[in-house]
Design a protein. Structure first.
Length: 604
């Protein structure tokens, strides 16, 4: 019988072996550890730089980029791999390990499922970084809106008002303005050219006789000045741009544009009126939202809101139909038209509701990835447990005769643990020993309402010490180490001893000089008592008020130190005043009367 020649081309097994050989270097465990090390360095650097750039800028610079760039003279050079690069290589590492190192068998199906879940998680985060966009909608009771605005991105809006039926808007992204790329849109009768752009800025009236950059509009009276990038979590950059509009007949002037300007500027050209403004980037919603009612509760004893909720009327397509009512509350968003609407905040004395609108096509990826990894771990542990039980059964030997019974080592260990647990339980039934004059442990377990939350007194003492001195260990007036609960009692009921307890950390040399303190006079060279600070607290408070007027990003280390000291003193004095209402003569009577009337006790 004549043989049959195999078909031309590589065999499937050969292709798989070549693929495994190509992916083998990326499946190395050393490669995984190296990438995790790069991730730690990236996270550490981003955390430090967050003080200067702010959380959103740090995300774009470090995590949602392929490389972290740095200035080297006039050049911008890549300094370190960014989040996309490290995440992409980790994704490749997982795919290579899943392809080359794991056997696709039923016994290893759990590990395969875990690795697949990790791959989906990384891929979902990568896609989310590319496609997720955040917007917000501000609605006053009775107001209707069909668009959302970005809290961080801006656009140049050029509105043609020539048609009385509708306004036609041409939007130019801020990125084009920052790149100073000339824009000539087919629907614009003029060209847009950026002359100057400030990512963050402030406006001030033009002074002096020196000509400004703007030659038209409000820019003839106001100038823009650059500012450092916003660093605070709640701060936002407010850009400004000087834009020149030029038609076929020549320049139409240079205009100053900024979100800080109220209203829109108008330009008359070729018989039509154009409105010009630099505004937050807008997203057209596939529906309209009408705020019918807004409400919230407050945490007891505070002005901190909770349980925010908005009752909305939703109309598809932004029409005038009846629509349907929904309630959006915290952790219960509205998902409509591919968008998720979250309750984010409120303003204008509870009349304005702020909704956070998120567009993320891959929002289900983390949930699916978590479910896959959970199922994979359960499956893997189940397989291992089944195999272990089978081996135990094969190794166990049942005695044929004789009264002696020998327990396996694992059973003896379990019996020992069970006996020890029974003894510990019996010890808890004994009467407590005499704790002395004061039961500090019991006092520390007493619940109190602090900042709207119920906490044990011991927790209040420890968190207060962290704010005042940066640690929970504390010394009393005699220099002996004591418990946080004992220190709290001294603050509330023995102020004469508390005056000499070193619980305020002061390390900045300029602040030490302001308070007329020497490091050698403090415990450990850095902790001082209220009695040592008191003579010069007035001057420290004055310096703190001056520091408050400075933007957080522009504050010096001395200004931050004096603000931190004032906060620590305020926390300390708040504890002392809260204890005085009960410790003072007749304080318990006043507290009971106030509770009966539903009011607050008089702390005097």
């Amino acid at each position: 019988m004549r043989g049959v020649n195999p078909p031309a081309g590589p065999r499937p097994n050969d292709r798989r072996s070549r693929l495994a050989e190509a992916l083998a270097p990326f499946a190395s465990l050393r490669f995984t550890l190296a990438l995790l090390g790069f991730s730690l360095v990236l996270i550490f650097a981003a955390t430090l730089d967050q003080v200067n750039l702010g959380i959103w800028t740090v995300q774009e610079k470090y995590f949602r980029s392929f490389a972290v760039f740095a200035r080297a003279g006039p050049l911008t050079v890549p300094l370190f791999p960014g989040g996309y690069t490290i995440g992409g290589l980790l994704l490749l590492n997982l795919v290579a390990a899943l392809t080359t190192r794991l056997a696709w068998t039923s016994r290893r199906s759990g590990l395969v499922l875990v690795h697949s879940g990790l791959i989906l998680l990384l891929a979902g985060e990568l896609a989310s970084g590319w496609w997720q966009r955040d917007f917000s909608v501000r609605l006053t009771v009775g107001e209707t809106r069909s668009f959302a605005e970005s809290p961080r991105d801006f656009e140049l809006a050029l509105t043609d008002t020539g048609d009385p039926a509708f306004n036609e808007v041409v939007a130019v992204p801020e990125a084009l303005l920052a790149a100073k790329t000339p824009v000539q849109h087919p629907r614009l009768p003029f060209r847009v050219t950026t002359r100057a752009h400030y990512p963050n800025s402030s406006l001030h009236p033009r002074t002096g006789d020196s000509p400004g950059l703007a030659s038209a509009g409000i820019g003839r009276e106001v100038d823009a000045a650059p500012r450092p990038p916003a660093a605070g979590r709640k701060e936002r950059n407010t850009p400004s741009a000087y834009v020149e509009l030029a038609g076929p007949e020549g320049s139409l002037g240079i205009w100053l544009l900024s979100p800080l300007l109220t209203g829109e500027q108008e330009l008359s050209h070729a018989g039509r009126v154009w409105r010009i403004a630099l505004r937050p980037r807008r997203l057209k919603l596939p529906h309209s939202l009408t705020l019918l009612e807004f409400g919230h509760d407050r945490h007891p004893g505070t002005d901190i809101p909770r349980n925010l909720s908005s009752r909305l009327l939703v109309r598809d397509g932004g029409g005038e139909g009846p629509g349907h009512e929904v309630v959006v509350s915290m952790n219960h968003p509205l998902r409509q038209g591919g968008l998720a609407h979250y309750q984010a905040g409120f303003a204008d004395h509870d009349r304005t509701s702020i909704l956070h609108v998120v567009r993320n096509p891959v929002w289900l990826a983390p949930y699916l990835a978590g479910g896959m990894m959970t199922a994979g771990l359960l499956l893997e542990f189940g397989c291992q447990l089944t195999a272990f039980t089978s081996r135990r059964k094969r190794r166990s030997v049942v005695p044929s005769a004789g009264p002696a019974i020998t327990l396996p080592a694992a059973d003896r260990t379990a019996a020992t643990v069970l006996l020890a647990a029974a003894l510990l339980t019996a010890l808890t039934l004994r009467a407590p020993r005499d704790l002395g004059a004061f039961d500090l442990t019991g006092f520390g377990r007493l619940p109190v309402l602090a900042n709207g939350r119920v906490k044990p007194l011991d927790t209040v003492a420890r968190t207060s010490l962290l704010l005042t001195q940066g640690r929970q260990r504390v010394e009393d007036a005699d220099g002996r180490e004591t418990t946080p609960t004992a220190w709290l009692l001294d603050v509330m009921y023995r102020p004469e001893r508390d005056e000499h307890a070193p619980v305020f950390a002061v390390t900045h040399p300029d602040l030490l000089a302001l308070l007329r303190l020497e490091p050698a006079a403090g415990a450990g060279g850095q902790r001082f008592s209220l009695g040592q600070l008191r003579p010069h607290l007035g001057e420290a408070d004055r310096q703190a008020r001056l520091a408050e007027a400075v933007e957080p990003a522009g504050r010096t280390t001395f200004q931050r130190a004096v603000l931190q000291l004032r906060q620590a003193v305020a926390v300390h004095q708040g504890i002392r005043m809260s204890g005085g209402a009960i410790g003072a003569e007749g304080g318990l009577d006043r507290l009971g009367a106030a509770a009966a009337e539903g009011g607050a006790p008089d702390p005097r």
